[in-house]
Write a new protein. Structure first.
Lengths: 159, 160
């Protein structure tokens, strides 16, 4: 993956283009598909899968990847090249996608890379849950279309 | 062997449970004004209506989670914020802050680790039907304690 944006941690930084680029590169390299940003929608996904990776250090916050169960399953099949996948494989695949997106995003921030570190991915699945981050700073979000299904990638930073 | 490598080697062998239990007890005493002690999980299965989680990154990499019922989370919020703590958001904030303080206190007890281990931001999950899967593939320790006679589970999962 090519290093492009040169950003330093700043409360005023617009992180969205870097996050979108990091996400698109991971989808292209890992799943072999070009993903585009989707049109804004008021549709709210209930339940499904959410992967979370924490950022600590110079940049402190969380990166989350959220999608429907069927979309997470498609990603796992695409990554593993199998026709059928287990629930555990789906969880691992989405967690790994989130980990790679966060890592690629971090690597694009010149000078921040060594001072920011990632925690371990955690994946939440279920029919009814809600997520509340205590990050009180900037929050950016991008919705991408993967196999015509919406995948939401969000960065929430500590102020 | 570098300091970091020796620490990581140590982290695979260390028994983290007593340190985690002490960190939890201190936070409950200071923040909520109550003494808590570990109990047998089999006799007090914890609810997971609320889960607060925070990532550890650096020399020690993993996640700490605090699980409890909605009622327990509400009681913690009331003790921390007073009777005004009524909204779901305030309850989440209170539980997230407890998780953050437990993780910070735990980290501070690890001599030599503090500066090389950092915390991310707490996230709180609530709901009636969800499950949590950590990709940490190393050691995991868990303690269950009684807060206002209801079980609260605190878990540390580390990357190998």
């Amino acid at each position: 993956m090519t290093a492009t944006a040169a950003a330093k941690p700043s409360p005023h930084e617009n992180w969205l283009p870097t996050l979108v680029l990091a996400t698109q590169e991971v989808f292209e390299v890992v799943l072999g598909c070009k993903v585009k940003q989707a049109e804004p929608s008021s549709e709210v996904l209930k339940g499904g899968f959410t992967a979370i990776v924490g950022l600590a250090g110079a940049l402190c916050g969380v990166v989350t990847v959220c999608c429907a169960a069927v979309t997470a399953e498609l990603m796992a099949k695409g990554m593993l090249g199998d026709a059928t996948v287990s629930q555990r494989q789906v969880v691992d695949a989405l967690g790994e996608m989130c980990n790679m997106i966060a890592g690629n995003f971090k690597n694009k921030l010149a000078g921040t890379d060594e001072r920011s570190m990632l925690s371990v991915p955690t994946v939440i699945s279920g029919g009814q849950y809600s997520l509340h981050s205590l990050a009180d700073g900037q929050s950016v979000e991008s919705v991408l279309l993967y196999e015509d299904a919406r995948v939401t990638v969000r960065l929430q930073l500590q102020g | 062997m570098s300091t970091d490598t020796s620490f990581i080697t140590r982290s695979h062998e260390e028994n983290w449970l007593p340190v985690l239990e002490l960190a939890v007890e201190e936070v409950f005493e200071i923040m909520l004004g109550c003494r808590v002690k570990p109990v047998a999980q089999a006799e007090h299965p914890p609810s997971s209506e609320f889960t607060a989680m925070i990532g550890l990154a650096g020399a020690l990499c993993g996640v700490i989670t605090v699980c409890c019922s909605a009622k327990s989370a509400g009681q913690m919020a009331t003790k921390m914020l007073g009777d005004a703590a009524a909204s779901q958001s305030e309850v989440g904030d209170a539980l997230g802050e407890i998780c953050n303080m437990i993780a910070g206190n735990f980290k501070n007890k690890l001599a030599g680790t503090d500066e090389r281990c950092m915390l991310s931001v707490p996230t709180v999950i609530s709901g009636e039907e969800y499950s949590l899967h950590s990709m940490a593939d190393g050691k995991a320790v868990e303690t269950v304690l009684l807060f206002e006679n209801a079980p609260v589970a605190v878990r540390l999962e580390l990357q190998a």
